[in-house]
Design a protein around this ligand. Structure first.
Ligand code: IPE
Ligand code: IPE
Ligand code: MG
Length: 234
């Protein structure tokens, strides 16, 4: 079976999961956080090398303060409780997004966890936090413009590679498979540049209900896709 090197997931539907049960949204997020471990494990076992999880978007700061605070609390618990396990399992933790926007305690824990797992090579888990793809591209454009002004690069040397090198994901391959749960058919400002030729898989399952079997279904679906990159099918 053809296995994607990099899987990216828009973990959506926590709120609806809670709403369907008459529970507060935050309980949906807590249940959603519990879906992560099995998913990481299943990806690692299947031979996927990179997994990017969209955990909090730049636009998610617009949500009620109680929800935002609750989500940051869950992120802190995740980092406190899972770092040792990641260390043991050879998982390197990375993060993309405007990380300085995170509460100081979260940011510190994240940095510690990334530093302690930095040498791991078996698998890379990337959390997208305070992440917005347009903001990432804007940051890249500004940084390239500064390089041009400083004479480090000529305008006509700017190409796909140069732009890619200025994104948060500069040393991470583009995602091969993008999964979105809860049935929404949109990218919501996630990896717009990087997903140019990514295969998209949408499942109606809500993220807290997403299980290993659902991941395997997505991987199987991917293995039957014919990626043509604008060329002609073999
Ligand atoms: C995804 O679930 C988690 C985050 C965006 C943090 P939602 O909270 O968006 O759940 P729905 O879409 O309201 O069901
Ligand atoms: C995308 O989900 C962000 C994350 C999963 C973290 P949203 O629920 O925020 O996206 P929209 O608002 O439905 O587009
Ligand atoms: Mg949502």
């Amino acid at each position: 079976m053809k296995i994607p090197t990099h899987v990216a997931i828009i973990m959506d539907g926590n709120g609806r999961w809670a709403q369907q049960r008459g529970l507060p949204r935050l309980l949906g997020h807590r249940e959603g956080a519990n879906s992560i471990r099995a998913c990481v494990e299943a990806c690692q076992q299947a031979g996927v090398q990179y997994l990017t999880l969209y955990a909090f978007s730049l636009e998610n700061w617009k949500r009620p303060m109680t929800e935002v605070t609750g989500l940051m609390g869950l992120l802190e618990s995740f980092l406190r409780e899972r770092t040792d396990e990641m260390l043991r399992k050879g998982i390197r933790l990375r993060a993309i997004g405007r990380l300085q926007d995170l509460p100081a305690s979260c940011y510190q824990l994240l940095r510690d966890s990334m530093a302690s797992t930095a040498q791991n090579q078996a698998f890379t888990l990337i959390l997208a936090l305070s992440y917005g793809s347009r903001a990432e591209i804007v940051d890249a454009v500004q940084s390239i413009a500064r390089d041009v002004k400083a004479g480090k690069i000529q305008i006509d040397q700017i190409n796909d590679q140069v732009i890619g090198d200025h994104l948060y994901t500069s040393d991470i391959p583009d995602p091969d498979l993008l999964i979105r749960t809860s049935g929404e058919m949109r990218l919501s400002n996630f990896l717009l540049w990087q997903s140019s030729y990514t295969e998209i898989y949408v499942t109606p399952k809500l993220w807290p209900d997403f299980r290993t079997t659902d991941l395997h279904k997505a991987l199987e679906d991917y293995s039957n896709r014919h990626r043509r990159y604008g060329g002609v099918a073999e």
